[in-house]
Structures are given as structure tokens and as C-alpha cells.
Write a protein that binds this ligand. Sequence first.
Ligand SMILES: NC(=O)c1ccc[n+]([C@@H]2O[C@H](COP(=O)([O-])OP(=O)(O)OC[C@H]3O[C@@H](n4cnc5c(N)ncnc54)[C@H](OP(=O)(O)O)[C@@H]3O)[C@@H](O)[C@H]2O)c1
Length: 296
Amino acid sequence: MSGALRGRVLVTGAAGMLGSELLLRTPTGCVGVGTDLVAGPSVAAAGVDLSERSAVERLFEQHGPFTGAIHCAAYTAVDKAEEQPELCANVNVEASRVLAQVCQARGAHLVAVSTDFVFDGAKRTPYLESDEPRPLSVYGRTKLEGERATLAAAPGAAIVRTQWLYGPRGKHFPRTIVGYARSSGKLKVVDDQWGAPTSTLELAPALWDVLLARASGVFHGACEGSCSWHGFTAEILRQCGLVSVELNACGSDAYPRPAVRPAYSVLDASKLAALRGRRFADWRRALADYLAVEPL
Ligand SMILES: NC(=O)c1ccc[n+]([C@@H]2O[C@H](COP(=O)([O-])OP(=O)(O)OC[C@H]3O[C@@H](n4cnc5c(N)ncnc54)[C@H](OP(=O)(O)O)[C@@H]3O)[C@@H](O)[C@H]2O)c1
């Protein structure tokens, strides 16, 4: 990409599933600097609470100057958020606002990661960036408020909404389902929630492209195609060679959870594909690529 952003880039949530993958894929010409609450191999600055402005200022003083930032830190415990709305908002809204304000004041281009949970799932065709968000949960509401706080403080920032993430080093659906399959030999999985499983191996390079291009505005970033959790499970079992496991379908009412999930939240990623000149892999292909890196 000509005229691409170069220099030191802050990656928040660096101990997490997405942040750690981003740092492994830092492009030539950039130096990735990871920060998180906790320490980890990809974390250069540990113990920084992003909701504290003085801590963020200090981070920029000690580890900057930064030309860019990719914001992955978040309160991601979707069900627990229903009991902890203030804590969730403190991270997903306040920390996002503080980071955006500091990035804006210091000239760092910001890319912030958001979620399909900003939508209510009433559509039956993939969600566009122009569709009206209507979140159903505390997590979804705080992520939407975080998007708005980010763009209010840093109008040139980019928001990238993604969904159904999995990848190396994470706690995620494929790992959990393979664990259950191996221990019980029998699974019952919901078939009335649809999305697009998205590998961090696909998403991380896309986020770097958005940053390097200094893109602004809202983008959807997810693998091509769609399935239900039941369909995703069938494909995981097939690709892992667990074909003798008994798999049954059920409705979401069989597994009541504190946070309401959208029934359909497939994201249309055409706008991001146009920016990059290429689409994400189909979700089945992306799963195979992931399993080649980290067999389950
Ligand atoms: N996972 C998915 O399926 C999914 C789907 C759609 C969108 N997203 C979005 O994608 C992004 C990355 O998700 P992920 O799954 O990689 O998350 P993750 O593994 O939970 O990592 C998030 C990291 O942020 C840290 N963090 C929390 N509060 C913080 C604070 N106040 N200051 C600094 N760091 C803080 C967490 O630390 P602790 O663990 O110590 O709290 C954690 O290490 C998030 O924005 C998430 O909303 C994820």
C-alpha cells in the first residue's frame, strides 16, 4: 500500500485472543507495542487500565510516540455483563473514549474493534454498515456506545465490527466443542442462531490493512458465508475427524442464557473487501487454515 502508515503502533488487549495474533502479524515498517491489564509474551506494557486517563497518557509518554493504535481490549464476558453493567461500560465505553481522546490529541490513527452484537438479529440478509444498530444485551449496548464515543472523540477513526471469533491462544467455541465431543461423545447444539465464524488469522491482517490505509468510518470484517452454531459444530467435528460423535440440533430455549443473542447477525464485509482488494476466506476454509496451525 503506497503512503501507508509506519512507525510504532499500540495494540490494546495484547494478552487476548485477537490482540496477541495482531502482534504476531505486525507488518514490515511498523513496531507493535502490546498493552493489557495482565502480563503475557506479547505484552510490552502490562498493568495499564485503559479507563484511567493518566495511565493512558503515561503509556503514550513511556512507549510512544505512536502513529497508530488498534484497540482490542474489551469486557468480553457477554453473560456476566448482565450482572456487571457498570464494570462492562467502564471498559467498553470509558476506556474506548479515553483511548480515542489521547489518540486524537497525539495524532495516532485509531482502529477500534466492535461486534455483531450491536444488531438485534431481525434481518435475514447480511447486515450492512448502514443498518440501524439495536443491541439486545448490556455487552452489545456498551460496545455500540463505545463506537459512538470513539468516533465523537476521534472522527477520523475506523470501527471494525466482527463476530464469532476463534484463533490460536483463545478460549473459544471450536476448542470448547471439541473438548465436550471427546469427553461425552454426544452433543446438542442450537440451530436458531446464525452468524459467520471468523478466524483471528483472517481478521488480524485485515485490521492492519485498515490501519495502514488510515481508513475512517465503520466496517464489517468477517469470514464469507454463514451457518448456525449447529452447522459450525458439524464442520468442526468433520474437520477434526470426530465423525462418530452424535450431534443433535436444538433451539436457544434449550440453553437459556442471561444475555439475549441476535438470532441472525451475519455481517456483510463487502466494504472492507473493496478497501483491501480481497475478501475474507469462506468460514470453512478459514477453519481448515486455523486447524493446520493449532490442531484441536
Ligand atoms: N471473541 C469474540 O467472539 C468477539 C466477537 C466480536 C467482537 N469481538 C471484539 O473483539 C475484540 C477482541 O476480543 P477478544 O476475544 O480477543 O477478547 P479477549 O481475549 O477477552 O481480550 C481482551 C483483553 O482486554 C483486556 N482488558 C479488559 N479490560 C481492560 C482495561 N480496562 N484496560 C486494559 N485492558 C483490558 C482483557 O484483560 P482481562 O482478561 O484481564 O479482563 C483481555 O486480555 C474485543 O473488542 C471484542 O469486543 C470479539
